[in-house]
Design a protein. Structure first.
Length: 215
């Protein structure tokens, strides 16, 4: 059963559960890991829409990288958007809505949202009508049993249906293993997994899909 409803995310954001479980820092870490892969120059003056912005914690990262851009966050959760406005109204505008809400951005960024969407292909097609460039970042080849909120797993060819997409696979703080976790839980334990004939564990990574409607 897909639990990713407006009511579910209103409850998670409004109750403080998202913050208690590190959602704010994860959002910032995701944004920091992605900005170097965006094709916009630092003097970009168009509109950047963060689709599925959560509590808006990517906005300070985008503002620092693109000081002249107009920033807009959109999320299905009204309680989340209210928190965004309280904290980040000085640097961005925020809208409560979904992919069918009237809006347009020169660039749409959607970070770790699509894996929650049962209608992800429909959403991707609609968002592509609303922008010139789109960046969709999701977990790469995720085992869904490990994440009950996630309903889709993505490889390099997942979005072939919507047209030519370029993609990049990378490690990301907030998702990929680092430090002791990487060397102990992945590298060292894989030696014993190999010797015992057990399945090797692969480091978690993310994949970013990019499409440009002008190309």
């Amino acid at each position: 059963m897909n639990i990713n409803t407006k009511e579910y995310w209103d409850a998670r954001f409004g109750s403080g559960d998202w913050e208690k479980k590190g959602g704010r820092s994860q959002t910032r870490d995701f944004a920091l890991s992605q900005v170097s892969k965006f094709k916009m120059k630092d003097d970009f003056r168009g509109t950047i829409v963060d689709f599925g912005c959560g509590l808006g914690d990517s906005m300070p990262v985008y503002r620092k990288c693109y000081p002249h851009a107009k920033l807009v966050g959109i999320d299905i959760s009204e309680s989340g958007i209210e928190i965004c406005k309280q904290k980040y109204a000085d640097i961005a505008d925020f809208i409560s809505g979904d992919h069918n809400t009237p809006f347009f951005g020169d660039v749409i960024i959607s970070s770790n949202v699509f894996e929650h969407l049962s209608n992800d292909m429909e959403v991707a097609k609609e968002l592509m009508k609303k922008c010139r460039e789109i960046y969709i970042t999701v977990p790469y080849k995720e085992i869904l049993a490990h994440q009950p909120e996630h309903v889709n797993s993505y490889d390099e060819f997942y979005f072939d249906e919507i047209g030519a997409c370029k993609w990049s696979i990378f490690s990301s703080k907030g998702w990929s293993e680092y430090g002791k976790e990487l060397y102990y839980d992945i590298y060292l334990k894989n030696i014993f997994r190999f010797l015992l004939g057990k399945r090797m564990r692969i480091r978690n990574k993310q994949i970013m899909f990019y499409a440009n409607n002008l190309e």
